[in-house]
Design a protein around this ligand. Sequence first.
Ligand SMILES: [Zn+2]
Length: 507
Amino acid sequence: MERKGIDIDSLVFETVRLTSGNAPKLYLNGEQVDVWQEPYSNYHSKSPVDYVRERITTLEKEGKDPFPDIVGKETEKELVKEGLFSGSPILLRGERGYGKTTFAKAIGKLLPEKTLTIKECKIYDDPVQPTCFSCKAKLTYQERVELIFTPRIWVRIPGDPMMTTRQLIGGISIQKIREGYDLDHPEVFIPGRALKSNRGVGYFDELGAVPTSLQTLLHELFEENQVTTTEGDILPFKISTIELASTNPANYRGTSPIKEPLLDRMETIEIGPPETLEEEIEIGKRNTYVKKVHDEDPKIPDWHLRILARAVRLGRNQKESEIAKKIQVAPSCRATIKLMDHIKSKAVRNGREVPLFIDYGKDFEIAALALAGRIEVEYGVKESKKEIVNALIEEAIRRTAKEVYDKIPAEYFDGFYSDVFTIASRVNGDKFLSIERSLIENLKQSKATNVAVKAIAGDVDDETYLSAIEILIHSIAVCTPRYAARKDGGYILREMVESEGRMRRVQ
Ligand SMILES: [Zn+2]
């Protein structure tokens, strides 16, 4: 770059503002553009906070949720909107797996999809109000300056105790400029991740894990709009970022590892587990592998979704479950997602799309794969982790089976059971019904069966029909165990005495 006549100090320390009166010729894709006119005028001069405020206002006027990717969490959404509107940095506080990162990403989606920047600027400078000295020099001394549209900026800055100043803030040396280095020379300026979030979102994931000394530098950057170089120079650096951060309360006890001055300038919003079973299921479904990678419905029937999500919630909620009291670290939504993934995968590997109980594993080992690694047992509890996981699954099946049982229409109950009993094969005096495809055609002849299936599942394909038969019989095994018992991928059935079955149910 031509250096003659460049006044280093004014470049570094003074503000450069472009107007249509003092601007050099600005080019975008080789064509000269007037950035103060449509269609460019909306892509510069505004801060990320300005954009987000505008977007929230528009969406709310239209009656739309600004965060459609977040299931439930109405209060948290309201608080996040409030924080964003007042330009406050936001600290999302909550345990692993409850959607802090999803929230941070959803906030990023409120920004326009692209933004106008000075070409080759390392921190995506706004052509009208540049921050880095290289861009200030270009706009001040060059006759033509190239611009480029940069996609929406969302930078995750993972908290790492080993993080260096270079990684976080970057290498900036005014000394090197004075020695005659080119302004674009890497020893003059290489931005760290915090500076890379200029004009977008900077998400400090696990802010507390950022070393204390670097937290001080962050505070200086965001609060005072300046950085201190390793050589001790204090330079203005007016970056414009939506600062988001996360912290996990389980990572420390007592005092917060986030320094007071930083903490003091952020609004803390608690992000807890989903409030309802239905929300837990929705989060699980949206994040299953087949949904995320292939955008396909996972085809897990409602009863299995309820069992899987419920098993996780029973491990979490000490008010609702005795088992939860034996668990120190509770399973998060990741456990729900992975349960759905594993049960679905096992079904596919067993040649079906729709899961059956056999896909949980003979001893629920497939379910345990998702759950066991995601809980910690309370100290002094005598049961093993595997026993606790099995207890969660069994209890979830029991509660879900009861719901199913209550949905069987009373007037068809006996007919359903008797038709199932009839087609079961006789084994050593008892009848045994193996849950397999061959049942479907047979049972579809039974009106009572069709009514019972429809009551819990609606109109369904054959595989879901079979899964519905299984949960219906299982519900009888749970609620009237003297008639049915699970064994080897099927059920042992005993003849129902006319006066007993339905009568007891109606009571
Ligand atoms: Zn720049």
